[in-house]
Design a protein around this ligand. Structure first.
Ligand code: BG6
Length: 459
């Protein structure tokens, strides 16, 4: 059996706009919820300068070309195109991404563009954000604008980054908690926005392909106790399958529906939703994978404090159905994230078995504190180790019959972690700044850069 990756495998690297670009109010950009997000910890960097990718994009893309990537996943900041979420187009914003796309194509790197990565325009948030149906319409118009502007050069699109994480860890990502009832109305709106994007992409982009991009963490039961298995069933549905069943099958997952029912949550549909749900479908599934989750049955509600189990948190935010459990078979990284490479293979197999669509991994990586040595090197062997173990499982999944078409890890360059600043780095390219000191953001290639370059070359 051939033990190398297919020749046309899409090796890539990923970033998002708000975590890299900086220039938060430059060239007419409006504010997003990430610019205004209240922070618990003011000692970590915010997104005002980030790693100044907005001004360094040519240098960054040249480095990525040297790395050898075939695709680059990045997001467009909605507030550069429509500073207030809708209305008049900001031409400078539109031109900026046109230049970025041309720069990538110059090096034969194919853009994979995420329409929105956690950065809803603040002006729309002020009108109720994703709770307000009008945001779906604004998103549709925004997506149409991008498809029309770039569809001549960009064929591959991703919808809304990790709607599941946005809703499940709302306070960390959005800086506020969303009441349960409102949260699942937001779910419906986010999913319908995605449906419009599928539909408009297929209509407006010649040969356009588009997929959803959830964060998938397979959920294990803590023991073989039937009750723990029920807990895992529910959390798998609420965390993972609800989103992909909606996107790929156009239906509410049945276990998720029971969860909504038990929480007395009613969803309001708009006219036409039921039809569009069924007819607008994705071409592939993009998946962000970092970890797996293990849960047990909650014993009493006393186990839960503020909706998070005392014993262990992971992404367990909702009371009553499941309780996080420390899986002693798995190690954790320095930031307390469980590491489970074999879990990636199992996740890929499960996903492929459910949806039978090509899969591309659009995030996977290790957040760690890196150090620039006196001779300007970054010896990040821990990251190489993580990526080697995970790519090995990608290969195993391919040989087990999964149609995995690409791997685009997080992240191309160092960026500001969503809630832990720049001390937690992910990139192949080190950016010299700290949380407290922006410095000149000089770029350096890490050891992992050379490791990934070789993997791409040799497969
Ligand atoms: C993903 C997000 O959930 O996790 C990224 O799409 C994020 O935006 C990544 O950076 C890692 O999380 P964190 O909290 O370490 O930045």
């Amino acid at each position: 059996m051939n033990k190398t990756f297919p020749k046309d495998f899409l090796w890539g690297a990923s970033i998002s706009a708000h975590q890299t670009e900086g220039a938060y109010a430059t060239d007419g950009k409006g504010l997003s919820v990430q610019d205004t997000r209240p922070r618990d910890n003011h000692e970590i960097a915010d997104f005002t300068v980030a790693v100044d990718h907005y001004h360094h994009y040519k240098e960054d893309i040249a480095l990525l070309a040297e790395l050898g990537i075939k695709i680059f996943r990045f997001s467009i900041a909605w507030t550069r195109i429509f500073p207030h979420g809708r209305g008049e187009i900001n031409q400078k914003g539109l031109d900026h991404y046109s230049d970025v796309i041309d720069e990538l194509l110059k090096y034969h790197i194919q853009p994979y563009i995420t329409l929105s990565h956690f950065d809803l325009p603040q002006a729309l948030e002020d009108e109720g954000g994703w709770s307000n149906r009008a945001t779906v319409t604004a998103f549709k118009e925004y997506a149409e604008t991008l498809f029309k502007a770039y569809g001549d050069r960009v064929t591959h699109w991703l919808t809304i980054n990790e709607p599941n994480i946005m809703l499940l860890v709302d306070r960390k990502i959005l800086g506020k908690e969303i009441p349960l009832n409102e949260k699942y109305q937001q779910f419906h709106h986010l999913m319908m926005a995605e449906k419009y994007a599928f539909d408009r992409c297929h209509t407006l982009v010649p040969g356009g392909q588009i997929g959803p991009v959830p964060n998938i963490s397979l959920v294990y039961p803590a023991t073989s106790k039937p009750e723990d298995n029920q807990a895992a069933l529910y959390f798998n549905s609420v965390r993972n399958w609800a989103y992909l069943d909606f996107a790929c099958f156009g239906r509410y997952n049945a276990v998720f529906s029971d969860y909504l029912c038990q929480n007395n949550i009613d969803i309001t549909f708009a006219p036409g939703d039921a039809d569009l749900m069924k007819t607008a479908l994705p071409d592939f599934v993009a998946m962000n994978f970092y970890t797996t989750v293990t849960v047990e049955q909650p014993t009493t509600t006393g186990d839960m404090k503020n909706g998070i189990s005392d014993q262990q948190s992971e992404d367990i935010m909702e009371r009553g159905f499941y309780k996080g459990f420390t899986n002693t078979y798995l190690k954790k990284n320095a930031f307390n994230w469980t590491i489970d490479p074999l879990g990636l293979k199992t996740t890929l197999q499960t996903l492929y078995d459910r949806y039978h669509l090509p899969i591309i991994i659009t995030e996977n990586g290790l957040g760690a504190e890196d150090h620039l040595t006196d001779d300007e090197k970054i010896h990040d062997e821990y990251r190489i180790d993580y990526l080697a173990q995970h790519t090995e499982q990608c290969l195993a999944a391919i040989h087990a019959g999964v149609e995995l078409i690409g791997y685009s890890p997080w992240s191309a360059i160092d960026l500001i972690s969503v809630h832990e600043g720049i001390k937690k780095r992910y990139g192949f390219i080190y950016v010299d700044r700290t949380d407290a000191d922006e410095k000149a953001q000089k770029r350096y290639k890490k050891d992992s850069f050379y490791w990934y370059q070789k993997l791409i070359e040799e497969g």
